[in-house]
Ligand binder design. Structure first.
Ligand code: 13P
Length: 247
């Protein structure tokens, strides 16, 4: 069975001092880890966190990647640049970027393509809003979001990570029940199976108020292969408890 993947998404949090303290606290407890661990840090801190994590059990991730290859795109960071910093993962299509930066399914698919071309694993986020869930549209929405990425990346789709993050559960303390999450993960697995014979290799992460108290129940579901953790990834004891639950 594949190891689970526990990825922290620090979002726009941290400082040079607090990053160092957090990474040191995680590394101090890293000897018995039995899962893959990553931290997706603000771009400004990639170099710092690379220095702290290189050669350890913590992989480095970014929170975004440009859909462009290079050139006159002020403020953008290319996949090749991220690769230069030893970035192993890049989150693409997080709901906060879809919502606040107008990222469409097509843009997200291009970002996934750029990451893959540079040898970076895109963590492709999908998830429905509360209104979409209440309208019974959850499956339709997540399948549409994933279909765009499959369409653009069919030949290497088994190289991606998928993160199911119901928008209504992000940062709200409201978690999908393990059964609700598993139901959607099962839908996503079937969609991947239709696209590749290697669908079982793909990590499908759950994200949305995953914490030290609910992680083990969520992670025991058959199609929940790990977590994408926001708030709880900023506190070493909580993140360590989640890592232990995945082991
Ligand atoms: P929270 O764990 O803070 O709900 O955030 C989840 C998330 O958006 C991870 O990408």
């Amino acid at each position: 069975m594949k190891k689970k993947l526990i990825a922290g998404n620090w979002k726009m949090n941290g400082s040079a001092a607090s990053n160092e303290a957090l990474i040191q606290a995680l590394l101090a407890q890293s000897s018995g880890w039995n899962c893959l661990v990553a931290v997706c840090v603000p771009a400004a801190y990639l170099a710092q966190v690379r220095g702290l994590t290189q050669g350890t059990g913590i992989e480095l991730g970014s929170q975004d990647v440009s859909a462009q290859e290079s050139g006159a795109f002020t403020g953008e960071i290319s996949a090749a640049m991220l690769k230069d910093f030893g970035t192993r993962y890049a989150i693409v299509g997080h709901s906060e970027r879809r919502q606040y930066h107008g990222e469409t399914d097509a843009v997200v698919a291009s970002k996934a393509q750029r990451a893959l071309a540079a040898g970076i694993t895109p963590i492709v986020c999908v998830g429905e809003t509360l209104a979409e869930r209440e309208a019974g549209r959850t499956e339709e929405v997540v399948k549409r979001q994933l279909a765009a990425v499959i369409h653009a990346n069919g030949h290497c789709i088994s190289e991606i990570v998928v993160a199911y993050e119901p928008v209504w559960a992000i940062g709200t303390g409201k978690t999908a029940t393990p059964e609700m999450a598993q139901q959607v993960h099962g839908v996503l697995r079937s969609q991947l199976r239709a696209a590749t014979e290697h669908a079982d290799r793909v990590h499908i992460l759950y994200g949305g108020s995953m914490n030290a108290a609910n992680a083990s129940q969520l992670l025991s579901q058959p199609d929940i292969d790990g977590g994408l953790i926001g708030g709880a990834a900023l506190k070493a004891p909580d993140f360590l408890t989640i890592i232990a639950a995945a082991g």
